[in-house]
Design a protein around this ligand. Structure first.
Ligand SMILES: [Ca+2]
Ligand SMILES: [Ca+2]
Ligand SMILES: [Ca+2]
Ligand SMILES: [Ca+2]
Length: 510
């Protein structure tokens, strides 16, 4: 009795002083426990049932085998001042495995009907429908979650869901039995307005990477920034599926959209490649579409296809975009500027450091950001560097570049070698800046022909450091620019191997 008194007293105290609680869930917990770190609950639903606005539910690592939907009802909404937090415990990796669910539209993994939740760090797999559906909820943040092997779209936004932010999430291998419905991210059908995706990846979903097809909703806006969509329409095993297979599908409606429904899309710094059908696809959207600094590569049907006339007063704006190895089909109404298919550009593989997508599914950085890889990044001599028009996005150098990846030798290169255990590596020279000599180290996973050249700031080759065959392993070269009568300044050191190359930036200070 005494203990109960204290619990009641403490609860009153917590409520009256609005002290946020931490509630813990663990695979070895028990719902009769107190929900503390030492006495965790077993089920997420139990934690949700006792949580109050401002509370944080921490999910400990491990696999949670779940067979019924976790519903967060609208009565559990927070406020802009006091969210609910549903977080992976820091440094741990909870996997919510719904694989025992049968295929059914009512078998979502998480059904988020509330607003002002912040959900972070969860894997959600195997659900009988969506991995997560935001059903009418607004102002939620979904960060660093992965949705995979669900039997409909990984993350769907429905029933007026608006003003949600989806940050650094992955959605892949989602497939419905017919293969025609499961998208990676689906702000579609009855979605609300002003939803935002940042740093997300969608790959090998049976239907589309993103899908903004409308039925019920109209005149809604979705914004995507720094998102990648690839190999949609292909199965987990890599074989061709029967779904639509578009990268970013921006709209449409029934009967080729005879209702002229509008899904206004803005895509900035987005990348679509190797999708079964189109990279950036209008799908009869009658609303405005703005594509800034996007890159499309190798999409089978078309890299860009936006040809249907828009509703009066709507605009298609395409600026600073790149298309490589695929067609561009834009209506004459498009407002275009500085795209790679326009004069005077003539695109080629040499514009890119790498066109090999090998690492695009690599693990994310520690901060949850997309992996730092050189795929479709501009090579130091590319015609597209500083060749764009100012569209209000941050840029380096004298002007914006074309494409999804602004060329920034200093930061992009220093981070570049973070996770390449099986790949060729060219390490940042040391010391740097340097005088009089510096060490250039590189690593080869296999016996290779290696050429290392140095270029000045004008892109002129000034030194050949090596051109030879090397066994697998690590090597170091010492370089003394004075021996080549070079002046102080920036030099780019470029290693060629096979048909690829890597580059680092160095600073020689005499
Ligand atoms: Ca469904
Ligand atoms: Ca479809
Ligand atoms: Ca679709
Ligand atoms: Ca630039």
């Amino acid at each position: 009795m005494k203990k109960n008194f204290y619990v009641i007293f403490l609860t009153l105290l917590l409520n009256s002083f609005k002290i946020e609680a931490q509630i813990f869930v663990s695979t070895n917990g028990d719902d009769n426990n107190r929900g503390t770190i030492d006495s965790p609950f077993k089920s997420i639903t139990k934690a949700i049932s006792v949580a109050l606005p401002g509370d944080t539910i921490f999910i400990r690592g491990g696999v949670y085998n779940l067979s019924s939907t976790i519903t967060i009802s609208s009565s559990k909404s927070g406020t802009s001042e006091k969210r609910y937090y549903l977080f992976a415990y820091p440094g741990e990796h909870p996997i919510l495995d719904f694989s025992s669910m049968s295929f059914s539209s009512s078998n979502k993994g998480i059904s988020l009907r509330a607003s002002y939740w912040y959900i972070k760090g969860l894997d959600i797999k195997g659900a009988g429908d969506n991995g997560m559906e935001i059903n009418g909820g607004s102002f939620n943040i979904i960060e660093n979650c992965a949705f995979y092997e669900n039997k409909d779209s990984g993350l769907q936004l429905s029933n007026g869901a608006s003003n949600n932010k989806v940050i650094n999430c992955d959605s892949f291998y989602n497939a419905d039995p017919s293969e025609g419905n499961a998208d990676g991210f689906a702000p579609k059908l009855t979605v609300g307005t002003n939803n935002y995706f940042y740093g997300c990846r969608a790959w090998q979903n049976s239907d589309d990477g993103w899908d903004g097809y409308l039925r019920g909703a109209d005149n809604v806006t979705t914004v995507l920034e720094n998102c990648w969509s690839f190999l949609n329409g292909y199965r987990k095993d890599g074989t061709l599926g029967s779904g639509n297979g578009n990268g970013f599908k921006m709209g449409g409606g029934d009967n080729s959209n005879s209702q002229n429904l509008m899904h206004h899309f803005t895509l900035k710094n987005c990348l679509a490649f190797n999708n079964k059908a189109k990279g950036f696809d209008q799908n009869n959207n009658a609303g405005s579409m703005t594509l800034l600094n996007c890159t499309a590569f190798g999409n089978k049907t078309a890299n860009y296809r936006i040809t249907r006339q828009l509703n009066a007063g709507q605009q298609l704006i395409v600026k600073n975009c790149i298309s490589y190895n695929g067609s561009v089909e834009l209506g004459s109404f498009a407002i275009q500027e500085k795209n790679s298919w326009l004069s005077p550009f003539k695109i080629s593989a040499s514009d890119f450091i790498s066109t090999d997508p090998l690492f695009t599914t690599a693990p994310r950085n520690a901060d949850g950001g997309l992996p730092n890889i050189d795929f479709m990044h501009l090579s130091p001599n590319s015609q597209f560097i500083d060749a764009g028009v100012n569209v209000g996005l941050p840029f380096y150098g004298n002007a914006p570049d074309l494409g999804a990846f602004e060329y920034n030798p200093v930061s992009s290169i220093s981070k570049e070698n973070e996770f390449r255990k099986d790949d060729f590596q060219l390490f940042q020279n040391y010391p740097n800046p340097f005088n009089p000599t510096t060490i250039i180290s590189f690593y080869l996973p296999v016996y290779s022909h290696i050429k290392i050249e140095v270029y000045n700031i004008l892109g002129e080759k000034v030194v050949l450091l090596t051109d030879s065959f090397y066994n697998a392993g690590s090597y170091s070269l010492e370089w003394n620019p004075s021996l080549h009568r070079l002046q102080s300044g920036v030099y780019f050191i470029k290693m060629y191997y096979g048909s690829s190359s890597k580059v680092i930036k160095s600073l020689f200070l005499k």
